[in-house]
Design a protein around this ligand. Structure first.
Ligand code: NAD
Ligand code: UGA
Length: 458
């Protein structure tokens, strides 16, 4: 059967895999191929055990794979045979040289651009899906056209706004699709072609267009605003703990103002994930590059508060448990950076586990989906860390439970039984405010929520 369009996705990670799978799922008339340099990842996309856990993803992949969705490591063939190329390669924070710890590391992205330039024999539309510094499209155009082989490339910016754990829902019913293009005839025509793909399942009023630089910048700013809300409420959680105010009540009261809105006001142990910190640091770096020191300082504060919140959590544990954790057994409930994902990139749990290790505590980690990644994240730490599948078993014999991830399963465990199995006095530190604090207190636990008064028997 012939296909209408041939669409390639370069990068089969958390974004490239689900995004391209959704396009294939919704557009059976188009052929979608996803390529990656990572052979193991591609093999897993072609297997029954997909490389990432995401609710609903298995069904989408199973429906489309082999029909119009294909996973391959043949990047050259992919570039040659497809007309629209989505680039979803990783753009982590640079760890070396100029801009280390702040700027985006664009080496994977640039390598991809060079490969596209090298292997393209026909005109292509290149879609930036990765999150990139503003004005990257300009550099991309330069690389693509440098070889000057008569092939035309039109670059579009189409940032991805999905969140992990809800990726399939977010892709199926996005708040908006943003497409940035050059305001030329070719730019508008490429943009219309991309709009045509999305209108297979997204209504036109949710598809917005802009100039290409606004589109690139909007992605960084969206993440910065979301993270800023979390740091704002987390900063207030510290004040609540000093004043007997309750952060949940404050967030509710504040969020009911329709100008503010209720989302993203859950006080926590701090935000994690591969993007918030990286994208804010990138924004800060860009501001400094343009000489906007005050603007850079303002946004850097969002990351500082996040670091403060993680350290504050450990400090609270230390002071509650008589200023020593040495030799104590502490069970971390959850290791993923949020519920419904196995992803642990930048998870606050990594920081907490390492700090507890420094304090010479014995750390036991439980998580329904993230234990494999946890083992990799902490592989340099020796025998003081153990990994236990079952949370009841993990907590048994421990001095404290610390909730790192808001998995639903932790809400309804038999805490009376867990309490009996633990060392006394037994502590709960709820970094997500998901447990029944009063109920736990009545069972005998000393309970330390986030941003509300502690309930203790001392
Ligand atoms: P990831 O690390 O999971 O996936 C990136 C993939 O690209 C990897 O599998 C890697 O092997 C592959 N790759 C790197 N260089 C390649 C090359 N030259 N050719 C072929 N494949 C190559 O990263 P991710 O989480 O999917 O993020 C990708 C981009 O999307 C980043 O810019 C990120 O900021 C952005 N983003 C991520 C999310 C998210 O929820 N994870 C959401 C929105 C946007
Ligand atoms: C985030 C954005 O929500 C997406 O729109 C964006 O596309 C993505 O980053 C990206 O660019 O990578 P994600 O990191 O997957 O998505 O997950 P979020 O739901 O945003 O959570 C991020 C972190 O903030 C988690 O650690 C979460 O637990 C924490 N969080 C979230 C809070 O502490 N409080 C809240 O109220 C909300």
């Amino acid at each position: 059967m012939g296909f209408d369009k041939k669409i390639l996705g370069i990068g089969a990670g958390y974004v490239g895999g689900p995004t391209m799978a959704m396009i294939a799922f919704k557009c059976p008339q188009h052929k979608v191929t996803v390529v990656d340099v990572n052979h193991d990842r591609i093999a897993r996309w072609n297997s029954d055990k997909l490389p990432i856990y995401e609710p609903g993803l298995d069904e989408v992949v199973q429906t489309a794979r082999g029909r119009n969705l294909f996973f391959s490591t043949d990047i050259e063939k992919g570039i040659k045979e497809h007309d629209i190329i989505f680039v979803s390669v990783n753009t982590p924070t640079k760890t070396f040289g100029d801009g280390a710890g702040m700027a985006a590391d664009l080496q994977y992205w640039e390598k991809t651009a060079r490969q596209i330039s090298k292997y393209s024999d026909t005109d292509k539309i290149i879609v930036e899906k990765s999150t990139l510094p503003v004005r990257t499209a300009e550099a991309l155009e330069r690389i693509l056209t440098a070889s000057n082989r008569g092939v035309r490339f039109e670059v579009l910016s189409n940032p991805e706004f999905m969140a992990e754990g809800t990726a399939i829902r977010d892709l199926e019913e996005p708040d908006r699709i943003l497409i940035g293009s050059r305001e030329t005839e070719e730019g508008r025509s490429a943009r219309d072609e991309l709009v045509g793909i999305y209108t297979n399942w997204v209504s036109e009023e949710r598809i917005i267009t802009s100039n290409i630089w606004s589109s690139e910048l909007s992605k960084l700013v969206s993440n910065a605003f979301l993270a800023q809300r979390i740091s704002s409420i987390n900063s207030i959680s510290a004040l609540c703990e000093k004043t007997e105010a309750d952060v949940t009540e404050v967030a509710r009261a504040v969020g009911m103002d329709s100008r503010i809105g209720p989302g993203f006001l859950n006080a926590s142990i701090g935000f994690g994930g591969s993007c918030f910190q990286k994208d804010i640091l990138n924004l800060v770096y860009l501001c400094r590059h343009y000489g906007l020191e005050d603007v850079a300082d303002y946004w850097e504060g969002v990351v500082s508060i996040n670091d403060y919140q993680k350290e504050r959590f450990v400090h609270n544990m230390l002071s509650a448990m008589f200023n020593t954790l040495a030799g104590k057994k502490i069970c971390l409930f959850g290791f993923a950076f949020k519920a419904n994902t196995g992803d642990t990139r930048e998870s606050p749990a990594i920081y907490v586990a390492r700090r507890l290790f420094e304090e010479k505590a014995h750390v036991r980690i439980t998580d329904p989906k993230a234990l494999d990644n946890a083992r990799i994240d902490l592989q340099d730490l020796s025998d003081q860390i153990s990994y236990v599948e079952d949370p009841r078993e993990a907590a048994s014999g421990c001095d404290a439970i610390a909730v790192m991830t808001e998995w639903d399963m932790y809400r309804d465990l038999d805490y009376a039984r867990i309490y009996r199995s633990m060392a006394k006095p037994a502590f709960v530190f709820d970094g997500r405010n998901i447990l029944d604090h009063k109920g736990l207190f009545e069972l005998g636990f000393n309970v330390y929520p986030t941003g509300k008064g502690a309930l203790t028997h001392f």
